[in-house]
Design a protein around this ligand. Structure first.
Ligand code: BT5
Length: 237
């Protein structure tokens, strides 16, 4: 189960960092929730804005069977989108794993592995969702909160519980068939295979067709030449 063991912290640097420091004291499936983070992290050292009102938490896995880090990230992105669907919020996964609504980022996921002597001893999946928090002016063009979509506040404990239950069900159902997780992930993904997209290559914007999508790369056919796109920042709206 996810969230049977739960630690709530009023303030912490980052729930991912907290679990990295303390994973030995928690069981598989434990979660750490912060009311606010003082140094919330995104990928590649980016900052994740995490004031009071949002849902900021990390899940600890101590897996006996190996499942890739990507699969955990996909499972949570699917769970978030499907739980939001129940709230009538039509969110989607922007490749590779951001949760978007109407062109703006609603949630992000940061999965990390802790290894000892080359053996993965813990997987930490960090989830950040703008729920009842305001979005600061410098992020208003790119980010959105659930309360602004629904025009009312949402119960954070409901969301937390629903996402964890759903993610657990997906993990149990698909742990031996991770290709089905990928199939489901692709269902909610933007862009999709076959879509025409614009990408930035060497400061130039080119248009092409998405041939194939993996967690790391979008393969795009630009006038007969296949380009590998590795970063969301290369995508042009
Ligand atoms: C992510 O990174 O999207 C992963 C975010 C994971 C946050 C959770 S919160 C709980 C756990 N503890 C942590 O310390 N982290 C995890 P990335 O794709 O790199 O996106 C970062 C970018 O999103 C920033 O550079 C901003 O442009 C933007 N951003 C920052 N804060 C945001 C927010 N609250 N909502 C939407 N966009 C935001």
């Amino acid at each position: 189960m996810i969230g049977e063991e739960i630690e709530v912290l009023y303030e912490v640097d980052s729930t991912n960092e907290f679990l990295k420091r303390n994973y030995k004291s928690f069981h598989d499936g434990a979660i750490v929730v912060a009311i606010k983070q003082t140094a919330g992290k995104g990928r590649m050292g980016r900052t994740w804005y995490s004031p009071e009102g949002g849902l900021w938490y990390s899940v600890l896995f101590k897996p006996k069977v190996h499942i890739s880090l990507h699969s955990y990230t996909k499972v949570f992105s699917i769970a978030i989108v499907e739980v939001l669907k129940k709230l009538k919020v039509k969110a989607y996964i922007k490749w590779p794993n951001d949760i978007y609504y109407n062109g703006k980022k609603l949630a992000g996921i940061l999965s990390e592995a802790v290894s000892v002597n080359d053996r993965v001893v813990a997987i930490i999946v960090g989830i950040g969702i703008n729920v009842n928090n305001d979005i600061p002016d410098d992020l208003k063009d790119i980010a959105i909160s659930l309360k602004d979509i629904l025009k009312k506040k949402v119960k954070i404990t409901y969301l937390l519980d629903a996402i964890n239950k759903h993610a657990w069900n997906l993990l149990i159902s698909y742990r031996n068939e991770t290709e089905n997780i990928t199939k489901l992930w692709k269902k909610y993904l933007v862009p999709r295979e076959g879509d025409r997209i614009k990408v930035k290559v060497d400061e130039q914007i080119v248009e092409g067709t998405v041939l194939k999508i993996t967690e790391d790369t979008l393969y795009v056919d630009v006038g007969g030449k296949v380009i590998g796109v590795q970063s969301i920042h290369q995508l042009v709206e």
